[in-house]
Design a protein around this ligand. Sequence first.
Ligand code: AKG
Length: 253
Amino acid sequence: MSRPTPCTQIKAKFEQDGFVEVPQFVQMEELQLIEDTLARFIEVVIPDLPAKHVFYEDKHDLGTLKQIQQLQEHDEFFEAFFMERPRQLAEKLLGEPVIGMNLQYFNKPPKLGQATPAHQDGYYFMIEPCQALTMWMALDPVDEKNGCIRYLRGSHLDGMRPHERTQTLGFSQGIVDFGKNETREEVPCPANPGDLLAHHALTIHRADANLSQTRSRRALGFIFYGKSANQDTVTHKAYQEKLIAEMTDDGKL
Ligand SMILES: O=C(O)CCC(=O)C(=O)O
């Protein structure tokens, strides 16, 4: 991401491509506040979180922290941040009031961070209509070597693809036969700290493993559902419970 996108183009690009890059969404001072809050969160709050909200590449090694879910539920600063500028942008992009569903932390530790399978977030969300989006804000310099997000431009226009269970912790579903006969261009999206990506819940995306030897690849994710989206809460809850039971049995949680 090299130069700021004019505000007027952001929605048009989102609608056309299914994703948009917003360079320097957060500037240095606010980024430092986020970093300080995150560091405190990891040290003080994580020990009291339910296991289903914290994933490690190796649960016996706290240095391999991979994902935290629902940060906004556990911290006032994150809640306020989530519900201000990201929410306002989400409303603009979706064209309707939104509900903040999840503020996530993602990391791919150097050498260990696994690939993110190609997927559409809407498959996990189980909503109808599929009116939702995810924002992804880099906290580290992210490039092709340490696993930047890669979008299939325009893929949100092609509907929902079949998914199947993966063994990737935190990304339990991936598109069946992804990569065979794809017609959409794949766009890698390198990002600097504070740069934001926003994608529609139908946009296909994936990320490679972190192949760098020393560089972490940290980010925050913000999920918003449009007010018009109805979730199949019964199926969603049942899936989450089954997944957590499986991960617990596999010794991953
Ligand atoms: O950080 C990643 O590798 C993937 C994030 C993602 O798929 C998402 O936020 O929807």
